[in-house]
Structure formats: structure tokens, C-alpha cells
Design a protein around this ligand. Structure first.
Ligand code: FES
Length: 575
């Protein structure tokens, strides 16, 4: 035995057996060339890898896994890499979010069913981070996240361009006749020019920052660029550290406490993080039994200032954020707003990790005395249009539209939107409120990132760049605009969003947290009586399971039967 612990490790229930079953567990592993001493009771570290050529943001993960292994070996552990389903945001249809919960099941069962004592989660592209953390949290073993890092800054025709954000703006320029299609196509290779995930403060970068703010990643895990050699040093250090965490039995639930989530919500506000973080943090909290509610995001985060000047709320990119000091500098700037006693995976508290964190560029990371925008955290709206809540991200919105009343232009689903948005006869102007139905968790299914509906061409050609948009969808963390998202209950579940008709007035008042459909209750009652649920979108398979069991956005859109931790007890033998 060489595990440094008083009690035997989980893996000894496989590799430590001196009988037929032990023979089977060890012998087949030895076909990979593992010598006998690796089965001597040392910590077995799973490296959960989301490498895939279909997930371009994670395509460099084999090298990262290799460095984690070096660290594990250095510390006396036995690293074993295993793949799980990988979600490439840009390729997978209908939306990666549909499969986040499926991946979490893959991760959970892969960990529990195998001789694993602790796990390093390799995460990058948007959904790979929450899905791996959710699955591991349901097992509650020692776990540590190594993020893949963002791409280098994009440059096109002398201008810095950012993943997603610049795609949305350039495509609107093409539709408005301000940019040629040929130039737009040329920008492709200028934007994505190195390994790594989106380098704006989109969902991937946001979730990497959440990992660090939660204490689940080493300091600077979020911001070191994917191709920077220091990313590989961090991976090696993480490999060493996870072995110590197993020896000290530091479980995930000791790190993912209520105060860790509160820290994450506050950091999300200060960085101008993605609205998707709300869904993912709610779902993750549900897995570890931390009571977290939608209103916590508003209560803890909305009054906070925007400190980090990154697209889509600002102008810089992740590479600049790292050079300026990264998440530790933001945590330090937030001062007493952060719970400094929260434990992190390196064995130190958040306060110890960030006490002396320098800020090297005050234009990228602002101080609280000089914020980019006051009261910029996510706001949770309620009213007769969203009794279960809805979100808006003020830092990415047009300030004058945060209080607005306008007539609805309703699209019944995304196909209806695409068919009619550029119809010259569409009755829409700058005061309209564009409404999209049928894009929630059950209705699409999977709650895609279509909430930031492109504006009608005729408005773009008049120089209009934003109108209020309302839907039960999500939006990419790289997107911007006055976009009300996650309307709950969703329209396919019979929420009031399903009852909106063209010409109805909708009132948005972010300061008052109000989202109202200004239609008399009797008329809404009449419409409700006429409403028919849409036909089932899936007759079988995972998609039916998802539609039947997915919770609404205010519960993080997890599957109802996945909520909670089920531990990592030793399963029965297979032979
Ligand atoms: Fe993978 Fe943006 S597409 S992080």
C-alpha cells in the first residue's frame, strides 16, 4: 500500500484483490504496458477527457492530458485517461445544451463504475465544463478542473475581432450592406487562429472563470491562453495536486459550498459573464445539494459593477485579461464582497490565493472606484409574462431600452422567424418587441442560443442596432443586445409566452424587475382555453427522455432524476 491514507482507496476494490477478480482487473490493464507496481494501492486518478476533432475548442486536450499524467506520476499516483461524449458548440445540432445532462450521466457513471479515486476534468467548449462538473459532483470524489484555455486574439484588417461577438456584428454588417460577403468569409481564419475556446467573455470563458471562482481550478486556470506554455505547467501542477487531494480526501462537496457559489455569482457579475452561467450554476448546485435559487443571481450580483472590459460587454479579449492579472485580480478588486475563507483545490483559501494578486492593466480590469458600468450584473425579471422568472444582462444591453414598452412581433418558432424576419411586409420598427416562442428546454428541445434574434434587414439598413427581444431561449455568451431570455415557464409547457399575439404591448422595466404582457386577464384566460400543447417532438431515445424529465430554466434545466449526489460507492462485481 502506498496511498498515504488510513482507509483503503476505492481502487483497491479492483486492483488490490488477491483473487480471480483482482487477476482480471489487473491482467487486462497490463496489456497496455503498465508495470505491477502501479497496482500497489497508490491513488488512481481518472483524467476525464473531452478531446474530439468535432469539438475544435478541445482539440488540443491530448497534450494537456499528457501533462496532467506527468504530474500524477510525479506525485506517486496512477493516471488513467478516459473519454466521455464531447460537445462541440459550433457543430452539434440541435444544440449542445440538449446533451449537457447526457454527458453528465456519462461522466458520473464512468467515474463510479471504474477504479477511480480522484478525477481531473478537462473542460473547454461551453457545455463541457458544466457537464463534467455536474457528473463528477454527483459522485463527490476529489476532483479538479483543468480548463483548456482560450484562443489567441483574432485580428482582421487591422481590427481585433472576437469569437462569436464579431460574427454577430459582421453578419449584421453584411445584411445591412456595410460589409461584403467575401470580406466576411475572409475573417473566418483570422478569428480562429490558434487552439483554444472562444476568447470573448462567452460561455466557455465565463465557465472557466466560474471554475476558478468556485475554487475548482488552480489560480489562473481560467485565463492562460490555450497555447501558452504556462497552461501546460498548470496542467502538470494539477496532476500533482489531485494526488494530494485524494490522500487528504478533499471531496468536491467541501469546495462547492454555498459560499463558493456566492463567490461565483459575484465574479460573474464583475466579469460581465454569460447568462448561461445561471443555468449551469443552478444545475451544479442541485447536484451537490446547495440551495441556490434564480433570485440569488439578482440579489447577490445585480448591484455589482462591471469591472472586466471584455467583449461582448467591453472591448478586450481573454488573452488581454490574462496579461492584466486574470480572475485573481478581479477577486481582489471585489474585496469584502468575496468570501475569502472559501476552500479551493490547491488547498488554500480564496483569500490566500488572491491577497496579493496584481492588476497590470487598469484598462482591462477596472477597480470598484472606476467601474466600466454600475449595477451591471444579471437581473431577474418577473411579471405575468414570466411568473417563474426571466433574465436580462444589462451590461450587454442598450441602456435606454432597459425601460421600454412596445408592440409584440411574434414568431411561433425559429423556422417562422427565419422565414419572415426579412420580409419587407413585416410590421416591425425600432419600438417593437420581437418575441420568439418554442425555444425553451422542452420546446426546441434543448433551449438553443437563438434568443439574440438577428434584427430585420429593414431595421439594420436604417442604422438600428438593437430592439427588445423576448424568448424562452438562451443566447450565446458572446452575444449582446437588450435580450430577455429564459422566460419561465416556457411556451411549450403552457407558459404565458405562448399566449402573446402580434400587436400585444409588452412592458420591460429592468430597474423594477418587471416583464408584463399588457393584456387583460380575461383575454389571456380566453387564449389559454384555446391553447393546445405542441405535438411531441421526439417519439423515443434520449430526446424523449430529455423532454419528459427536463426541469425549467429556473431549476437549471437539469433532468429531474439527476438532481442530487449519489456518491461513489463500490458497485457489485461484474464477473
Ligand atoms: Fe467552443 Fe465557443 S464554440 S467555446
Amino acid at each position: 500500500m502506498n496511498n498515504g491514507k488510513k482507509t483503503p482507496l476505492r481502487s483497491t476494490h479492483w486492483f488490490g484483490l488477491q483473487d480471480r477478480d483482482g487477476f482480471i482487473h489487473r491482467s487486462w490493464m497490463k496489456n497496455q504496458g503498465f508495470p505491477s507496481n502501479l497496482f500497489d494501492g497508490r491513488p488512481v486518478i481518472g483524467i476525464c477527457n473531452t478531446w474530439s476533432e468535432l469539438t475544435p475548442c478541445n482539440a488540443h486536450f491530448r497534450m494537456i492530458a499528457d501533462r496532467v499524467k506527468r504530474g500524477v506520476y510525479e506525485a506517486g499516483g496512477f493516471p488513467l485517461e478516459f473519454p466521455v461524449m464531447s460537445l462541440g458548440e459550433t457543430n452539434i445540432r440541435p444544440t449542445a445544451m440538449l446533451f449537457r445532462n447526457l454527458v453528465s450521466m456519462d461522466v458520473e457513471e464512468s467515474i463510479r463504475g471504474n477504479p477511480i479515486d480522484g478525477v481531473v476534468l478537462l473542460c473547454g467548449c461551453d457545455k463541457t465544463t458544466p457537464s463534467l462538473m455536474m457528473g463528477a459532483a454527483s459522485c463527490d470524489l476529489p476532483a479538479l478542473v483543468v480548463s483548456g484555455g482560450a484562443m489567441l486574439n483574432g485580428h482582421f484588417h487591422g481590427v481585433t475581432i472576437g469569437s462569436g461577438t464579431s460574427v454577430w456584428s459582421m453578419s449584421e454588417d453584411v445584411r445591412a450592406g456595410k460589409m461584403s460577403c467575401a470580406d466576411f468569409m475572409d475573417a473566418e481564419s483570422c478569428m480562429s487562429r490558434s487552439a483554444g475556446h472562444c476568447m470573448t467573455m462567452g460561455t466557455a470563458s465565463t465557465m472557466a472563470c466560474m471554475v476558478e471562482a468556485l475554487g475548482m481550478g488552480m489560480p489562473q486556470n481560467a485565463t492562460i491562453p490555450a497555447v501558452d506554455s504556462r497552461r501546460y505547467v498548470l496542467a502538470q501542477e494539477a496532476g500533482r495536486r489531485i494526488v494530494e487531494m485524494v490522500r487528504d480526501d478533499v471531496k468536491m462537496s467541501q469546495i462547492l459550498t454555498r459560499k463558493a457559489f456566492e463567490n461565483a455569482i459575484r465574479v460573474n457579475a464583475a466579469i460581465g459573464g454569460s447568462t448561461n452561467a445561471v443555468l449551469h450554476l443552478l444545475a451544479l448546485a442541485g447536484r451537490v445539494g446547495v440551495k441556490l435559487e434564480l433570485d440569488d443571481f439578482d440579489r447577490l450580483g445585480h448591484a455589482l459593477p462591471l469591472l472586466v472590459n471584455l467583449m461582448p460587454s467591453g472591448k478586450f479579449l481573454m488573452e488581454d485579461f490574462y496579461y492584466a492579472g486574470g480572475v485573481p485580480a478581479v477577486v481582489r478588486a471585489l474585496g469584502e464582497l468575496i468570501d475569502r475563507d472559501a476552500l479551493t483545490v490547491n488547498g488554500k483559501t480564496m483569500g490566500e490565493n488572491t491577497a496579493d494578486a496584481p492588476c497590470w492593466n487598469a484598462e482591462v480590469i477596472h477597480g470598484r472606484d472606476n467601474p466600466i458600468r454600475e449595477r451591471a450584473g444579471i437581473a431577474v425579471l418577473r411579471g405575468n409574462l414570466a411568473p417563474g422568472g426571466a433574465l436580462v444582462k444589462p451590461s450587454a444591453a442598450t441602456p435606454r431600452l432597459l425601460k421600454h414598452r412596445g408592440r409584440a412581433v411574434v414568431f411561433t418558432d425559429i423556422e417562422d422567424f427565419k422565414k419572415r424576419v426579412d420580409d419587407p411586409a413585416l410590421e416591425v420598427d425600432e419600438n417593437s418587441v420581437m418575441v420568439l416562442q418554442g425555444a425553451g428546454p422542452k420546446g426546441y428541445p434543448g433551449m438553443p442560443e437563438v434568443g439574440n434574434m438577428p434584427l430585420p434587414k429593414k431595421l439594420l439598413q436604417r442604422g438600428i442596432t438593437d430592439v427588445v427581444r423576448v424568448s424562452d431561449a438562451r443566447m450565446s455568451g458572446t452575444a449582446y443586445g437588450t435580450v430577455v431570455l429564459h422566460v419561465t415557464p416556457e411556451s411549450a409547457a403552457g407558459g404565458p409566452l405562448a399566449l402573446v399575439r402580434d400587436g400585444d404591448e409588452i412592458e420591460l422595466d429592468v430597474e423594477a424587475r418587471k416583464l408584463e404582457l399588457c393584456v387583460a386577464a380575461e383575454e389571456l384566460g380566453r387564449r389559454r382555453a384555446e391553447w393546445k400543447a405542441p405535438p411531441p417532438l421526439a417519439s423515443g431515445g434520449y430526446q424523449k427522455l430529455y423532454i419528459d424529465h427536463v426541469l425549467q430554466a429556473d431549476r437549471g434545466a437539469d433532468l429531474d432524476f439527476l438532481v442530487g449526489a449519489r456518491g461513489a460507492g463500490i458497485p457489485r462485481e461484474s464477473h
